[in-house]
Design a protein around this ligand. Sequence first.
Ligand code: NAD
Length: 479
Amino acid sequence: MSKTPISVAYGDGIGPEIMEATLTILEAAGAELEIETVEIGEKVYQRGIDTGMAPNVWDSLRRTKVFLKAPITTPQGSGYKSLNVTTRKALNLYANVRPAVSYHPFVETKHPTMDVVIIRENEEDLYAGIEHRQTEQVYQCLKLITRPGSEKVIRYAFEYARANNRKKVTCFVKDNIMKLTDGLFHKVFEEIAAEYPDLEHETWIVDIGAAKLVDTPENFDVIVLPNLYGDILSDVTAQMTGSVGLAGSANIGDQSAMFEAIHGSAPRRAGQNIANPSGLLLGAVMMLVHIGQPAVATRVHNAWLRTIEEGIHTYDIFKEGVSTEKVGTREFANAVIQRLGQQPQTLKPVLYDDDGKLRQNQGVSKKKSVKQLMGVDVFLDWGPGNPDELGNLLSQVSVDSLRLQVITNRGIKVWPNGLPETFCTDHWRCRFRADNEAPTTSTQVIELLKRVTEAGFDVIKTENLYHFDGIPGFSAVHG
Ligand code: NAD
């Protein structure tokens, strides 16, 4: 077998020790790897590089397209970019895959039969990082959900489920509230689910879904969800298995992929040969499957399971009565190496095969709808004051082509016929529509903005109201 080039970063804190242990095990197991070492993390940040990545890292990643990364220490203070976010976005790593598996009775957990895989959308949602302060009182963060982004991660989740003999894919959204953004994610989920009739699928509203998940995780299998919910719930599920120190993670794109442990650099544990290398090792197992070395992945994973069930544990999972031997990082790695070729006796052995390779890069739909401008939401910095006064003033600048229809404050209707009890900030959304809700034009919107500005108002932003194939692309105003 020819060697697969991979980029390897040793990271900070416990990073170098757990990477050393991981690579030693991979080598002993017969992994065919050509390692390019790259420098990332604290020292690079300290050299004034705000991404935390040495300049040649991108060259290496472009060449190898596979990144095995130990945790880094993120410096405190502003001015530093998150290395993980930069890497995910630059390499278009749209799916974050985190298996959460219990190893009962060898690792203590309240959920002994848990075996869930969280597949989190990795680039969009509130993590687009588009935030603005708009008035004295109000700040905004844009939640962006795209059709191609949703299609890619959801299709990946179904492909993953099929390739790994999983039975069900569950979607978590909050589309009872966010009807357009989470609504899109849900809609795409239903569309793609129809292409996989061999797999069960279901959708939960994220709040009750999360409650069910932490109560009875055995009822879940693969879960796909937007970025923020996934960020939170993947940590929750990792903790539920008994230890975040045991979980690995894969960040998958069509071109490249990054593999890591989910924990950080634990600086206080560094340099003492005590850290648990398991999270990074299980990340590396996912890497071996990804690069087409499933037999090595199987050998490593089963030897690791055998080590865990024989009670050979690092300090973080060591428990009197369950564990048999407390070992350091290097000794743990040696114990895994000694068990290469063995299967676990109590825990379920794993078997990765070539069929485990996923079909990727299947493109996304490129449908084009007919888009029609139907009005505008004009956001004003005003007051705080009386909504009726604002309504009267703005009605005077309205014309037939764009007439003030409604004003909301924090999404609650305050004009016309608002309730006096409603608390108002200095941030007003004023919706203008043509008479009879007919279409309008950009020129009319610009003329409206001119009149509003000339009347002395502070326009902080506008949002155009479009119909797509006749369907409103904006939320209705309630109240
Ligand atoms: P952490 O995960 O590094 O450590 C929390 C605690 O968990 C540690 O004190 C330690 O007791 C334990 N722990 C974690 N991993 C362990 C292991 N492999 N073996 C044994 N014990 C382990 O979280 P933190 O202390 O909040 O963060 C430390 C640094 O790591 C910060 O600079 C943070 O920004 C960074 N971080 C990096 C990544 C990454 O690179 N992917 C992820 C999370 C945090």
